[in-house]
Design a protein around this ligand. Structure first.
Ligand SMILES: Cc1ncc(COP(=O)(O)O)c(C=O)c1O
Length: 406
């Protein structure tokens, strides 16, 4: 296959479910990516947050290759050494009390498991979720996800899900009652535009649902494993989830999801009630064990805090010089720049100039780089963004003045 065939083949035969960037990525190294013409990009997408230790990290490559030579397929109905090692390492970094876990193939599936566990453990049906939150696109997870653009053509979804406004104390008090099975909380809203909840509201959600005898389910699928400069974003707000859903980067880009809770809570489901063919796959688990080792040994959580601070300060400096920027927000290396206009043009021009950035809605630039990104690479991103905004901004501002909406 010629490299030039790649786009033609995908365009012809792959379902058109992704908004595509006009680039063919063929390899990566650390926080850098390369296209089919060997052009280099600074990666501020981290494969949608799934690349935390950096692309093609030699320790991960070695772990995957060693395990693939030994055993690739192994169903959960037999024991496996790679799975046991991964579970034992994962337990050491999970919040206290979340001692029993289930392994899935995606974040959405981790949420599916949490929905079933919450309902069975409490004997209740009602789930309270939050407006603006994203939990995945399978039917159960989609029922917790907010937003007409994801939901409207697939209704009726799973019944008995209610959404309350983000950071709203009164709505939480009114809605969380003695028949609520669980509150699902995306700890920092990612798709929703990088929204960090207040400590007070998070504490109230915890108090209300526990007083009501239900469970607090934390979704740290995007925020987990150091992304926000702490191992889990909940540490910024003293969150103590009863059930924790994880995914994205913990196997360095191989498909994974994790649902963790106390033994008692997880054991509400019995044998056969919830299984999946590939969950706990040995190659994925070997990659997961190596990812945890690298995360800890290379102090990547600390790097996310340090470089995240530098990144955010630099973005705030850009804001001083560009009226198009309305707000800079986020924690660690989970950052957003909200602009006054559609970001599509900015994303495309930045891509042409060697920086890959995500969006989060129409007017938000989202940055989720690998946690190994360094100061020089961040400076490259800032320099590119500065020059892109210098060119894009005058046209945007003058057209909006002409329309009378500056
Ligand atoms: C917070 C959150 N929850 C759930 C999901 C769903 O994960 P997946 O895409 O692996 O199904 C995502 C994915 O972006 C997410 O960011």
């Amino acid at each position: 296959m010629m490299p030039s065939d790649t786009r033609a083949i995908e365009d012809a035969f792959y379902a058109r479910y992704y908004a595509r960037k006009p680039v063919t990525i063929v390899r990566g190294s650390g926080a850098l990516l390369y296209d089919d013409k060997d052009k280099e990009y600074v990666d501020c997408t981290g494969a949608y947050g799934a690349c935390i230790v950096g692309h093609a990290h030699p320790r991960i490559v070695q772990a995957i290759s060693d395990q693939a030579k030994k055993l690739i397929a192994c169903h959960g109905s037999t024991y496996n050494d790679a799975r046991a090692l991964f579970i034992s390492k994962l337990r050491t970094i999970l919040p206290n009390g979340l001692n029993r876990l289930f392994l899935t193939n995606s974040g959405a599936e981790a949420i599916e498991c949490a929905i079933k566990v919450a309902r069975k453990a409490t004997g209740r049906r009602k789930i309270v979720a939050i407006k603006g939150a994203f939990h995945g696109k399978t039917h159960g997870a989609l029922s917790a996800t907010w937003g007409a653009k994801y939901r409207k053509d697939f209704e009726p979804l799973v019944p008995d899900f209610t959404h309350i406004p983000f950071n709203n104390i009164e709505a939480a008090k009114e809605t969380i009652t003695n028949d609520t099975a669980a509150v699902f909380l995306e700890v920092v809203q990612g798709e929703g535009g990088i929204r960090v909840p207040s400590k007070e509201w998070v504490a109230l959600l915890g108090d209300l649902i526990r007083d009501a005898g239900g469970l607090l389910v934390g979704d740290e699928i995007q925020t987990g494993f150091g992304r926000t400069g702490k191992m889990f974003a909940g540490e910024h707000m003293d969150l103590k989830p009863d059930v924790l859903c994880l995914g994205k980067g913990i196997a360095s880009g191989l498909p994974i999801g994790v649902t963790a809770a106390s033994d008692e809570t997880m054991s509400s489901l019995s044998v056969g009630e919830h299984t999946t063919t590939f969950g706990g796959n040995p190659v994925v688990c070997a990659s997961g064990s190596a990812t945890i080792d690298v995360l800890l040994e290379e102090r990547l959580v600390e790097n996310a805090a340090k470089e995240g601070e530098h990144f955010k300060t630099s973005l705030l400096r850009l804001m001083d010089n560009h009226r198009i920027i309305r707000e800079v927000r986020g924690l660690g290396l989970m950052l957003a720049v909200e602009t006054r206009f559609d970001v599509h043009g900015i994303l495309t021009t930045a891509l042409n100039e060697g920086v890959l950035i995500l969006d989060a809605g129409r007017n938000v630039l989202r940055f989720l780089p690998p946690l190994c990104i360094d100061t020089d690479q961040i400076e490259r991103v800032i320099g590119t963004l500065d020059s892109v905004l210098r060119r894009e901004e005058p046209a945007r501002l003058s057209s909006s003045v002409a329309k009378g909406n500056a």
